[in-house]
Design a protein around this ligand. Structure first.
Ligand SMILES: Nc1ncnc2c1ncn2[C@@H]1O[C@H](COP(=O)(O)OP(=O)(O)O)[C@@H](O)[C@H]1O
Ligand SMILES: O=c1ccn([C@@H]2O[C@H](COP(=O)(O)OP(=O)(O)O)[C@@H](O)[C@H]2O)c(=O)[nH]1
Length: 238
């Protein structure tokens, strides 16, 4: 299958070579098994540190986003360093370049693209552009909740959610540079229109990514293209 993997900066823990190596190994194994893989890497704490410092210095939100973009590309280079020669040599800066790499059978790697969004949207756009069979958001929480689980002990995880419902759930999350959301709003809208099958899961253990590709099973949130019935919930502490 053709997979686009969104590796949140929080998950890649860029300064931990073991973690980056483990994610690279899962990607290599998937390619070895015949899958086509595009990976999009987030900015993580390094991006947020730059953004925080520059905000204190008076930078505007577009300047802050641009710092974030540059950091995601540095992190993307770390993933490339851990991948074999099957990977493109540098992070693609646009979808045509990444798509061309995928057509050549390479592992395409991207960071950010433009201010006003996050790598969540880049992942959704690459998935749409490349005609991906599956889009996986490997993030630091086990799916999409009805409230931020970091701030609400009683937050409930959605087992599945339509893309339209996802838009509603995340619409109120702020869009400032460096903001945290399991999937950003633009990504949700792109998923809604593209209909690409999407899963949001806890990707701190890279084996969970391999499992969802190979067996379809996961403990995260399924984003289903068509309008869903009533969303189903799992209590966070179940
Ligand atoms: N409704 C929600 N469901 C899940 N996570 C949420 C929600 N609202 C806010 N968050 C926060 O989003 C964070 C994930 O975003 P982020 O740190 O940007 O991840 P990544 O680095 O994987 O892109 C989580 O730590 C969580 O606290
Ligand atoms: O195409 C992009 C990708 C990223 N960013 C900026 O870079 C930050 C970090 O990227 P991302 O949120 O994807 O990183 P993660 O949440 O995965 O650490 C974002 O908050 C944005 O400010 C951006 O402006 N455009």
């Amino acid at each position: 299958m053709k997979l686009v993997l969104s590796l949140g900066g929080s998950v890649l823990a860029p300064r931990d070579p073991e973690r980056v190596g483990a994610h690279a190994a899962v990607i290599e194994n998937l390619v070895e098994a015949g899958h086509t893989v595009g990976a999009v890497v987030g900015g993580g704490t390094v991006a947020r540190e730059y953004i925080h410092t520059a905000r204190e210095l008076g930078a505007n939100e577009i300047e802050l986003d641009q710092l974030g973009v540059d950091t995601t590309r540095l992190n993307a280079r770390l993933l490339i360093a851990a991948l074999s020669e099957r990977a493109a040599t540098r992070p693609a800066r646009d979808y045509e370049t990444a798509g061309a790499a995928l057509r050549r059978g390479e592992i395409a790697v991207m960071g950010g693209v433009a201010p006003g969004q996050t790598t969540d949207a880049v992942s959704a756009a690459l998935a749409e552009y490349a005609g991906a069979d599956l889009l996986v958001y490997a993030t630091s929480v086990p799916g999409v909740f009805d409230a931020d689980p970091a701030e609400n002990d009683g937050a409930h995880r959605y087992d599945e959610l339509s893309a339209t419902e996802l838009v509603d759930v995340i619409a109120d999350i702020e869009m400032t540079a460096g903001a945290s959301a399991p999937v950003d709003l633009l990504a949700a809208k792109i998923i809604e229109r593209s209909g690409v099958r999407t899963v949001v899961l806890d990707g701190t253990d890279p084996d969970r990514v391999a499992e969802v590709v190979e067996s379809g099973s996961h403990d995260g949130t399924d984003i289903i293209p068509a309008a869903a019935d009533e969303p189903t919930y799992w209590a966070m502490n179940d």
